[in-house]
Design a binder for this molecule. Structure first.
Ligand SMILES: [Zn+2]
Length: 65
């Protein structure tokens, strides 16, 4: 059973074996990892928006008192 995966860097075109990041330019070449990171980033952005809304309403509430 082989667990070896070749991935091509979309930035510089190099092929790498079992690498998540391109050693040459640092580009993410593991698509699964890239999607996972993008998903996490979106979740963080969403949470930031929620936090900002909460802070805003807290200030509004304070000003009304
Ligand atoms: Zn590269």
């Amino acid at each position: 059973m082989s667990n070896e995966t070749y991935r091509r860097c979309s930035n510089c075109g190099e092929m790498w074996l079992n690498q998540d990041y391109c050693p040459t330019c640092g580009n993410i070449i593991n698509i699964t990892l890239k999607r996972e990171l993008e998903r996490k980033e979106k979740a963080i952005q969403k949470q930031k928006k929620i936090d900002a809304t909460k802070k805003k309403s807290a200030v509004t509430l304070f000003l009304k008192m």
